[in-house]
Design a protein around this ligand. Structure first.
Ligand code: MRU
Length: 348
């Protein structure tokens, strides 16, 4: 079992495992202000779509506490500004806006006239988002496990584990569940340039769980797939459009093309909070561009000549036709995704 909590809220403070320092150091960062929370999301102290969502929900509470010298009416109005500050911290993972939207809507339902009670009311919703995510990831693991057979060799990209969610994980949750239920599986983990979530975080989680795993550089995946060494691919998602097009960590699209070429099933695992029913397809997904330092430096050390132009998109979009199935907490969804994702849409 994983022995850490990536996110913990207590006494109006949010404690996050500092994912920038893993696996070398297990340190924690405490967020006491809204600015601390937006920094933690931007700088990737916390990352992974569902984890960002839960963090943002508590960020709304922290932002409210920070402004508790306002009148209740003024604070209620101010909640939209807190939401905007959080939403701007990272653009691609829809879980962030989904969580802040849910918090704002919940706040609007408060009927009392006590500011402290209003804050408690908000905290109740943030807790609901937090505990639901853990529960949904557990369900994703169980549904996804029906797709896994003993002796499967599974490739995964980026980190989708207990670090990227409140608990268990999504794609890594499926792998965790398959291993826990006694299936003899092994995993190839992509290093995941440039932030190396695979090398630093997925490898760490897999080793903690004693799941047989091998780390590869991203560009080794094609050869392994062609040589028949991988028989399933499972990844997470940052935003899934209504038609099933899926934004995930840069490199996912490339994997999906190779998987299709060699007839390897390509699964996406994500909670329904990652589905953006407001958009028709992946063209509407904003792809975050990150600092060139992520490409030109390794750690503190420069590896590219100063002045070289750099293009560093953090995500790409896998077209729905490259996806075999999407595993959600509501079950495994097969194409046509447009119709079938609608069927599992949670009621507002
Ligand atoms: O930039 P990151 O590390 O936040 O990107 C994370 C991913 O792309 C994950 O695959 C995705 O958020 C799903 S996490 C369960």
């Amino acid at each position: 079992m994983h022995t850490f909590k990536a996110i913990e809220f207590s006494k109006n403070q949010l404690t996050l495992i500092d994912q920038r320092a893993l696996p070398l150091e297990e340190t924690y960062l405490t967020c006491k202000t809204l600015e601390d929370v937006t920094f933690a999301i931007k700088d990737m102290v916390v990352r992974g779509a569902p984890a960002i969502g839960a963090t943002a929900a508590y960020g709304m509470v922290i932002g409210a506490v920070q402004n508790s010298d306002m009148t209740l009416d003024a604070l209620r109005e101010h909640m939209d500004k807190i939401k905007v500050a959080l939403d701007q911290s990272r653009p691609t993972a829809v879980n962030l806006q989904w969580a802040t939207e849910r918090m704002v809507k919940h706040g609007q339902q408060y009927k009392g006239n006590q500011l402290s009670e209003f804050i408690e009311f908000l905290k109740g919703e943030a807790d609901a988002i937090y505990y639901e995510d853990a529960e949904f990831c557990k369900a994703i693991g169980e549904h996804g496990n029906t797709l896994i057979e003993s002796n499967d060799v599974i490739l995964t990209h980026c980190n989708t584990g207990a670090l990227a969610t409140v608990a268990y994980g999504t794609a890594l949750g499926v792998i965790r569940e398959a291993h826990k239920t006694g299936k003899n599986i092994s995993v190839y983990a992509d290093e995941t340039r440039p932030r190396q979530q695979g090398a630093k975080l997925t490898a760490w989680e897999l080793m903690k769980e004693e799941i047989p795993a091998t780390l590869i550089v991203d560009s080794a995946a094609a050869t392994l797939i062609r040589d028949g060494k991988i028989n399933k691919i499972i990844v997470g998602a940052d935003r899934i459009a209504s038609n099933g097009d899926t934004a995930n960590k840069i490199g996912t699209f490339m994997l999906s093309v190779i998987a299709k070429q060699y007839d390897v099933p390509f699964y996406v695992a994500a909670p329904t909070s990652t589905i953006d029913y407001e958009i028709q397809n992946g063209d509407a997904i904003e792809i975050e561009l990150r600092s060139e330092d992520e490409v030109t430096l390794i750690g503190e050390e420069r590896i590219a000549p100063k002045g070289i132009a750099v293009y560093n998109p953090a995500f790409d979009v896998t077209p729905c036709e490259n996806i075999t199935a999407i595993v959600t907490e509501r079950g495994v969804v097969y194409p046509p995704f447009g119709k079938n994702l609608k069927r599992i849409r949670p009621e507002e």
